[in-house]
Design a protein around this ligand. Structure first.
Ligand SMILES: [Zn+2]
Length: 222
């Protein structure tokens, strides 16, 4: 097995194709099982997630375009499909097939772009993340500069796009693998199509592969 880190983007209830979701993205629930498997065998999971507050001016800006979503403390803010329970279970066991310790990094954001972290002025809320240089340093410390980053989540043309383009800008394109059936997009006029994004990212050195192909190449390999 080869080591890798999973970057899970916005796998939160408000983006699931559940009738209660504020901004449902078709196909999201069907990705959960695959994401669980990818994460189970990973060295590290980076949980990038929308972390809005009703009284946050940065969030209010976004709510002008989209219905309020992923508000801290609500059902919509929680991870889809009991992913948290899964981690509690996992941490309680001794997975000796792993080298090193399993790591989880929580990466909250209040805009589309994970690389901006939590924007804003409130010192209580934003104290850890108001300097992105510090945040990026913490990110590198956890995963190392050579780690393979396996990306899945939603929405392909919004937050996944922002994460991948930010990573490309930071010189990481050669170590990003996007799992083509673990991302889901919205079919809206201003959102680029999955096909065009995959084409663009591949040109820049990002690998696009299916879940099955990844499992064969990374997890089942001795
Ligand atoms: Zn949002």
């Amino acid at each position: 097995m080869k080591e890798y880190t999973v970057v899970e983007i916005d796998m939160r209830n408000d983006f699931s194709d559940d009738p209660r979701a504020a901004l449902p993205v078709p196909g999201t629930l069907a990705m959960v099982g695959k994401m669980r498997i990818l994460e189970y065998y990973s060295r590290c999971v980076i949980d990038v997630f929308d972390n809005h507050h009703n009284d946050d001016p940065v969030s209010q800006e976004e709510f002008k375009k989209f219905l309020p979503h992923c508000i801290v403390g609500t059902w919509g803010h929680k991870r889809i499909g009991g992913l948290c329970d899964y981690y509690q279970m996992k941490n309680a066991e001794d997975h000796t097939h792993k080298t090193g310790t399993f790591i989880q990094v929580r990466w909250p954001k209040n805009t589309y772009d994970a690389w901006e972290g939590m924007k804003g002025e409130d010192p209580e809320r934003f104290v850890e993340l108001d300097d992105m240089k510090e945040w990026e340093k913490a990110f590198y410390k956890e995963i190392g500069r050579d780690e393979i980053l396996v990306v899945g989540g939603v929405v392909t043309g919004i937050c996944v796009k922002a994460f991948i383009e930010g990573a490309i800008k930071r010189g990481m394109s050669k170590r990003i693998i996007v799992i083509s059936d673990c991302v889901a997009n919205l079919d809206l006029p201003l959102i680029p199509s999955t096909e065009s994004l995959f084409k663009d990212w591949s040109h820049q050195g990002v690998v696009i592969t299916s879940f099955d192909a990844f499992v064969k190449q990374y997890i089942m390999k001795d």
